[in-house]
Design a protein around this ligand. Structure first.
Ligand SMILES: *[C@@H]1O[C@H](CO)[C@@H](O)[C@H](O)[C@H]1NC(C)=O
Ligand SMILES: *[C@@H]1O[C@H](CO)[C@@H](O)[C@H](O)[C@H]1NC(C)=O
Ligand SMILES: *[C@@H]1O[C@H](CO)[C@@H](O)[C@H](O)[C@H]1NC(C)=O
Ligand SMILES: *[C@@H]1O[C@H](CO)[C@@H](O)[C@H](O)[C@H]1NC(C)=O
Ligand SMILES: [Cu+2]
Length: 322
């Protein structure tokens, strides 16, 4: 293998010759980060622009060349990669990347705003009253909970209601067309179960999550307690937001995950020197230690990128703030 060093040297020279001195090839600095807003404080016009762009995704062709719409690409990729991206170190950076690809698709549908988040910590005492569930300016409310048969709990109000004609193609990774399904957890005070499991994402729980000082500790706590409780609280077993690999079926998924991303960002910013590139835990499929140079698969929705590229939201490829 004597030839290796010289080949590597040649490669380096070749790279140097490609890097033209023109400053136009330099990545642009992130001088004006895009601001991701709280849904609850967005204007009615901003909310309707966002919702119209989501509906537009359901009319555009698949980027994966599949016989479903662009919206379904996001559901499909999340469902098929599910085990690779949950309960592993890449949970937070993978979903950060997924959100940016979704935001790019919304912009291709004419949306000029940024992703918005649902601050469920603020709404944890009475989640069902959250503005995201508003029947006219939000994502509609609960499903019809008359029956417990799968497929009957259709959302009755708002832009994604059954009567709006909004339909979804997948349930987990199977083709099972259905209306948008939600089954809010009603809460059972006698069993200490709060409405939509809100006590799992209260300010006091979030204070405990934020007190974690390692990436691994923070990520696992955030994923398994507040993040999981919001999924179950909105969807339960028969709703799209429940513990389903197809949970991006519910357009609220993306506001939920923008909040998860924001909580990570706030944790990073609480100690940027130590935490911006703090990463650790285990990776799929062998559960060996994870690292910043691990590649994250995106199922063809975007290039496979390293974890490192998703750590700093102030880098030119992300360039946003909360
Ligand atoms: C973000 O990047 C810009 C340009 O590189 C820099 O001026 C600014 O200080 C950075 N902000 C933070 C919060 O790191
Ligand atoms: C709710 O579901 C029940 C049973 O599936 C059905 O009979 C009823 O018409 C539904 N209600 C509405 C408002 O769609
Ligand atoms: C509910 O919580 C209270 C206070 O923590 C506790 O005393 C009670 O035993 C709990 N009830 C049930 C059914 O778990
Ligand atoms: C991305 O990674 C997956 C495996 O994780 C691989 O099958 C696929 O070919 C890669 N795609 C690209 C464009 O490199
Ligand atoms: Cu997920």
């Amino acid at each position: 293998m004597k030839f290796l060093p010289s080949l590597l040297a040649l490669g380096a020279m070749f790279d140097a010759s490609l890097a033209a001195p023109s400053s136009s090839l330099e990545p642009r600095a992130c001088t004006t980060p895009k601001v991701r807003k709280n849904w609850a404080s967005a204007t009615t016009a901003e909310k309707s622009a966002y919702i119209n762009a989501v509906k537009c995704l359901t009319t555009k062709p698949s980027k994966l060349g599949k016989s479903h719409k662009l919206y379904d690409d996001f559901v499909w990729v999340h469902a098929t990669l599910f085990q690779q991206i949950h309960n592993v170190a890449a949970f937070l950076p993978w979903h950060r990347y997924f959100l940016t690809l979704y935001e790019t698709s919304l912009r291709q549908c004419g949306y000029t705003g940024n992703m918005m988040y649902w601050d469920w910590v603020a709404d944890s005492a009475k989640p069902s009253k959250a503005k995201v569930f508003d029947p006219t300016t939000g994502f509609g409310g609960n499903g019809n909970t008359t029956s417990t048969v799968w497929g009957t709990n259709c959302v009755l109000t708002g832009p994604f209601s059954k009567s709006s004609g909004f339909t979804l193609r997948y349930w987990n990774d199977e083709v099972r067309p259905h209306c948008l399904l939600r089954v809010f957890e009603p809460g059972y005070p006698e069993y200490n179960i709060t409405e939509m499991y809100g006590d799992n994402y209260s300010p006091s729980v979030m204070a405990q999550v934020n007190a974690e000082t390692t990436f691994d500790g923070f990520s696992n706590y955030l994923e398994n307690v507040p993040h999981a409780a919001v999924h179950s609280g909105v969807g339960n077993l028969n709703g799209d937001m429940g513990p389903q690999s197809s949970s991006p079926n519910d357009p609220l998924f993306f506001l939920h995950h923008t909040q998860v991303d924001r909580l990570w960002y706030l944790w990073q910013r609480a100690n940027p020197g130590a935490r911006t590139f703090a990463y650790g835990g285990y990776k799929w499929p062998d559960y060996t230690p994870a690292g910043l140079d691990d590649l994250m698969p995106m199922g063809g929705l975007g290039a496979n990128v390293t974890v490192r590229t998703m750590m700093d939201v102030n880098a030119s490829n992300l360039c946003y703030k909360y």
